[in-house]
Each structure stands twice: as structure tokens, then as C-alpha cells.
Design a protein around this ligand. Structure first.
Ligand code: NDP
Length: 616
């Protein structure tokens, strides 16, 4: 008789099919022929799981608030629980005993193939759900079951397509329903119940990204080298790829005064960030269930910066100082970001395990240093990552662009800037103002929720964004281009299209994540997932899987076009950006697949293209 690890009646953690989520389950029987455990969730759902999909409870740490409410139903049952039962879930007293199970084991194979998967997903709504919500959730007109609780019980029933069959085989899911009920399962979803999975305490990062230890080690050198190469190239009269720029003397790269100006800039932005103006909002729940608070005042910081720059110009401070010492500013910012990264890594060594970033906890120094070990490093309430994401670098980018515009006017003796320069400045100003105006949206992005704060983001935010993204304006100072009004109008139209896609896609997802019951989203459909979050399948997110990236790339092209076609250098941004977003998209897909399992696969089936419709 084969040995079994878990005994009948034992309470263990069972993996939810197709995902990486585990819930509390009780072992009810063991099939020693198929080597499958029958486990029961607290809401009554029974599934047959392989031993590898079961773990002892001790390997998980429960969230305090839900230490004993890990099953899909338990969380909602603290309120009055809906009486609606899933057709895929047996009524009490009708569950199979172990002996019954054995009687049926000859039929098991057949059952597996015939059975459709009834996934019970719990959706916790922020406010009281309305019938409307349910309809929208289901994507069906009249399938709402009235519920007197503040949660709606939804049951998603999936059609037995090939994918389901594969999952059924993989996870050996078994129907507990008779044939009559099976028919109901084949008809699309109805209702079910809110679930919040037990969150795992971050464990070691096993899958390394960015080429692992070697890749991240190389990137630490490659990224700064690229910035300096691009800036040196831009200063060349003929910045063609084969025309390698002469290396500057080392001493010329450092200027204490420039570093002082950089520090002044950084700390001025920090002061603006600390001002008690603007609302305070909560971020998404962390792995321990806690929500951090963030002050939304980036736009005010921008206004104050604009006022300060206005005063400087009024006092006839020459802003093109920035242009004259551009390389030294880049070196100062790089030195500062390196020092910041070292500080971040050192302090992360003392951070509690639960505050480490899911993606930056490999145990390898270089990797964790690069990707960021701690998720949300804070000094008191000062959130270092959140601050750096949108303030010094992003606002700095606009100031650099303005300095380039003034430098162009001065160097070429112009009374007004060139049309190309005006377009580049206006497009990028719109982008930055938009980001600051919608600052809250950043709280749901990967940078905040997944990536730690390490060299990658510190260098990216403080050096890469301001000094590489301003490359077109920098290029135009030394390489003036004349464009006609019709060309300018066409490029502006392209930028508007990109911006429209980018903004509406981001707003749609952000509003949906913040409040799925938002009446503005009433016409959108979505697929429920075992985590309680839905995946939009209509609207922009039903067009491609990353519509916001598509819009961003279109805009990137519009920023480069005003620079003409003499050199590829001003197109560096759009080329790099496509690579970045394709890579980022792959990372995000991987995370979503892990988070949502089967639901993500369904989403991919319904929305086959990632970024570019009919291409990719
Ligand atoms: P996204 O805003 O694209 O968010 C991805 C997340 O959205 C997923 O992890 C998932 O998270 C959620 N999601 C995915 N599909 C769906 C769906 N169908 N329905 C609902 N939610 C879904 O992430 P980024 O942080 O990469 O991008 C944010 C913006 O920043 C983009 O516009 C991007 O172009 C821009 N960006 C700009 C950069 C620049 O340098 N200029 C660099 C990087 C990004 P969950 O389910 O957990 O909510």
C-alpha cells in the first residue's frame, strides 16, 4: 500500500487549480490507486488534488485578520452568507464518503473527461452590490440571484473546451454533480461568493529576471554606459552609429557646483512632497493585508516647480546652464542614484521578511541590489520609491526640455523656438502633466506593487527618465530640423491618438481596480478570478492585453518624428521603449498567469493579442 502524507480529517493548504494560490482545506479521503486526495474547502467545494498540490499549514503564515477564514466562503460568511449554492458544490450530506469514492473510481476517468469545471470565486465588493453589478460581472442579462448580504455570490461555470480538459487532467478535478446538474454547469456562469486567498508571506524569489545574476551585473554597467554614450553622440555634429564619439576627460565629468544644484533640486522636490496639501489615499493591500497611505500632491509639486522656474527666469537666471553642463548633471544624478541604491540595499537587510519585494528576494546580492530588495522603503511616512517615481526625474525631464528650448533659441539666435522643438516640448509636457494629474494610478502599477526599490528604479527614475527621455530636445539643439505645418499637424494627430488610447486604457483599468462597481464601467464585462479581482474582457482591455502600452508606443513615435530622418539617434527612445514594453509585458503576463491561473488563460484566449492588434 503506497504511503500517504496527509491523513483523513487533516486540515492542510490545497492549491487552487491553475493558480499559485492555496486555501485551507480538509482531507476527506485518499484514493490509493489514483494517488489523489479528496479535499473539501470550507464552502463545501470538493476537489481531488495531487499530493504535490497540497502543503501542510505550517508552511504558510496566515494573515492575522483571517487566520481562520481561508476558505473561499469563510470571508463572506462573517456577514450573512448567501444561501445560493453552486451547482458544482454538493449539498451537505450528499458528499461522497471515501467508500463511495472508491465505488466510483472506475468511472473516474470518464467523469473527468465529461465534467466541466465549476470554479467558485469569491468577489468582495467594496460597497453594496447591486443587480447591475452582478449582470455586468456575469456578462449576462438576467442571471442575478438576490442576495441579502453585502457580497454577491457568483458561480462561474466554464465550458468544457480543450483548455478546461487539460486543466482537469492536470489537476484531476472531479464533478460532484449528477448528470442533470452537469447540464446546468455547461450553461454559462451564475453566481458565487467572495474569496480572498490567504496571502503567502514572500518567499525567496526563485525565477530570476533580467538575465539573472550575470544579466543584472552587466546591466549595472550597461545602463549608465548607454546614457553617456547617447549624450556624447548627441553632441556630435554627425551622430551616426559608426561615428563613435571621443571619450571626455574624466575630470571634466564632475563639477561640485553641478552636483550641488542636483541635490538642491532633489531636496526641493522632497519638500514639495512633504507639504500637507493634496489628498491622502491608500495603496493596494500588501501581502500582510496592510495598506500604505500615499499623499497625492505631485501635480501641486509641478505647479510649485513651474512657479519657481518662472521666478528664476524673471531673475534672468540662465536655464541653458543645464544644457552647457548636461553631461555633468547626468554624472551627478548617476552618482546619487548609485549612493541611494546602496543605502536602499543596506537598509533592506534589516527589513522584515514580509516587507521584501516579491521579485527582489533571491538571496543573491547583485540581483537583489539591482531589482530592489525592499518593496516600499520608507523613512517615517516618506515613501522613497513613490517619491522618486514621479517627482525629481519626471518633473526634471520637463525642466530639461525647457532648458533645451531656451538653449536652441540662444544658440541659433531665434526669437521663437523651432516648430520641432515646440512639438517635442508640448507632447512630453502633456505626458508628464498627465502622469502627475493621475498620480493615484501609479499605485496599481507593477513598479509600486511588485518591484522593489533598488538600482533599477533608482537609476531609471533619476537618470534614465530625465536624461534619455529628453534626448529629442537635446538632439534638436545641435541638429535643427525644419518641418512644415501639415507635417506638424499630422504628427500632432498621431500623438493625440496615442494619448487617447493610453489615457482611456489606463483610466479604465485603474477605475475598475479601485471600484469594480463604478457605474461608469457598467457596460464592461470581465472574467472573475480566484483572487477576487476581475479581468476586463471588453473595452480597451478586450482590444489587446496591454492597450496602454500600445498608446504609449504610438506617442513615443510621435515624439521622435519632429526630429526628421537624418539620424537614428532621436529614434532611440521609440526603439528602446518597444523593447522595454515588450519585455515588461512578458513579465506582467508571467505574474498574471501565476496570480490568476486558469482565468488568465481564458483571458488570453478571448484577447489573443498582447500589444499590437493582429501583429503581436
Ligand atoms: P499596467 O498598468 O499595464 O498594469 C498591468 C496590470 O494590470 C496587471 O499586472 C494586472 O494587475 C492588471 N491587468 C492586466 N490585465 C487586466 C485586465 N484585463 N483587466 C484588469 N486588470 C488587468 O502596468 P505598468 O505599470 O507596466 O504600466 C502602467 C503605465 O505606465 C502604462 O501606460 C505604461 O505604458 C506606462 N509605462 C511607462 C514607462 C515609461 O518609461 N514611460 C515605463 C513603464 C510603464 P492586477 O490584476 O494585479 O491589478
Amino acid at each position: 500500500m503506497p504511503s500517504r502524507k496527509f491523513a483523513d480529517g487533516e486540515v492542510v493548504m490545497g492549491r487552487w487549480p491553475g493558480s499559485v494560490l492555496y486555501y485551507e482545506v480538509q482531507v476527506t479521503s485518499y484514493d490509493d490507486v489514483a494517488h489523489l486526495y479528496t479535499v473539501k474547502y470550507k464552502d463545501g467545494t470538493e476537489l481531488a488534488l495531487k499530493e504535490s498540490d497540497i502543503r501542510s499549514q505550517s508552511s504558510f503564515k496566515h494573515r492575522k485578520s483571517q487566520s481562520s477564514s481561508s476558505s473561499p466562503s469563510r470571508r463572506s460568511s462573517s456577514r450573512s452568507r448567501s444561501r445560493s449554492r453552486s451547482p458544482g458544490r454538493p449539498a451537505k450530506g450528499r458528499r461522497r464518503s471515501a467508500s463511495q469514492s472508491r465505488e466510483h473510481k472506475d468511472d473516474k476517468k470518464k467523469t473527468i473527461q465529461e465534467t466541466s469545471l465549476a470554479l467558485l470565486v469569491l468577489v468582495l465588493f467594496a460597497g453594496k452590490p447591486s443587480e447591475n453589478n452582478t449582470k455586468r460581472y456575469n456578462g449576462e442579462p438576467e442571471s442575478t440571484e438576490k442576495n441579502d448580504t453585502s457580497c454577491i455570490m457568483l458561480e462561474q461555470k466554464l465550458k468544457p473546451d480543450l483548455e478546461i480538459k487539460r486543466v482537469l487532467e492536470q489537476y484531476s478535478l472531479r464533478s460532484r454533480k449528477d448528470d442533470k446538474k452537469k447540464e446546468e454547469i455547461y450553461s454559462e456562469k451564475k453566481t458565487f461568493m467572495a474569496v480572498k486567498p490567504i496571502e503567502k508571506v514572500p518567499t525567496k524569489t526563485k525565477e530570476l529576471e533580467f538575465g539573472g545574476r550575470i544579466g543584472t551585473f552587466m546591466l549595472i554597467f550597461f545602463l549608465p554606459a548607454t546614457v553617456f554614450y547617447l549624450l556624447l553622440m548627441c553632441k556630435q555634429d554627425d551622430p551616426s552609429l559608426l561615428n563613435f564619439p571621443p571619450l571626455p576627460v574624466l575630470e571634466s565629468l564632475w563639477d561640485g557646483r553641478v552636483f550641488g544644484v542636483f541635490l538642491l533640486w532633489f531636496f526641493l522636490q522632497a519638500v514639495f512632497y512633504l507639504l500637507p496639501i493634496g489628498k491622502v489615499v491608500e495603496g493596494l493591500p500588501l501581502s500582510n493585508g496592510r495598506k500604505l497611505q500615499y499623499r497625492i500632491n505631485g501635480f501641486y509639486a509641478f505647479i510649485l516647480t513651474a512657479a519657481a522656474i518662472g521666478v528664476l527666469l524673471y531673475l534672468q537666471v540662465e536655464l541653458h546652464y543645464l544644457y552647457d553642463h548636461f553631461m555633468q548633471f547626468a554624472v551627478s544624478a548617476a552618482a546619487f542614484s548609485l549612493a541611494l541604491s546602496i543605502y536602499l540595499y543596506v537598509r533592506s537587510l534589516k527589513a522584515p521578511e514580509e516587507e521584501l519585494a516579491p521579485g527582489g528576494n533571491s538571496g543573491y546580492f547583485i540581483y537583489d541590489f539591482f531589482t530592489g530588495h525592499e518593496l516600499n522603503p520608507r523613512i517615517g511616512s516618506f515613501d522613497l520609491k513613490y517619491f522618486c517615481e514621479l517627482r525629481p526625474g519626471l518633473i526634471g525631464w520637463v525642466v530639461i526640455n525647457l532648458a533645451m528650448l531656451l538653449a536652441e533659441m540662444k544658440i541659433h539666435n531665434l526669437s521663437v523656438p523651432s516648430l520641432s522643438m515646440i512639438l517635442v516640448n508640448s507632447f512630453q509636457l502633456l505626458y508628464v502633466v498627465d502622469a502627475l494629474w493621475n498620480e493615484e494610478a501609479i499605485l496599481t502599477t507593477m513598479d509600486i506593487t511588485h518591484d522593489g526599490f533598488g538600482f533599477m528604479l533608482a537609476f531609471g527614475d533619476l537618470v534614465w527618465v530625465p536624461f534619455v527621455y529628453s534626448l529629442q530636445a537635446f538632439y534638436l539643439v545641435g541638429h535643427p530640423i525644419t518641418i512644415t505645418w501639415p507635417v506638424a499637424a499630422a504628427i500632432t494627430a498621431l500623438n493625440c491618438v496615442g494619448y487617447y488610447i493610453f489615457r482611456s486604457a489606463n483610466s479604465q483599468k485603474n477605475n475598475f481596480r479601485r471600484n469594480p462597481a463604478d457605474p461608469k464601467l457598467a457596460n464592461l464585462k470581465f472574467i472573475p478570478t480566484a483572487t477576487g479581482k476581475g479581468l476586463l474582457v471588453t473595452g480597451w482591455w478586450g482590444f489587446v492585453r496591454h492597450p496602454n502600452y500600445l498608446g504609449d508606443i504610438i506617442m513615443a513615435l510621435a515624439w521622435s518624428l519632429p526630429c526628421g530622418f537624418n539620424h537614428i539617434l532621436p529614434y532611440f527612445y521609440v526603439i528602446y521603449f518597444i523593447c522595454l514594453l515588450v519585455h515588461r509585458e512578458a513579465r506582467d503576463e508571467h505574474h498574471c498567469k501565476q496570480k490568476y491561473g486558469l482565468a488568465w488563460e481564458r483571458y488570453c484566449q478571448r484577447v489573443p493579442y498582447r500589444i499590437f492588434p493582429y501583429i503581436y
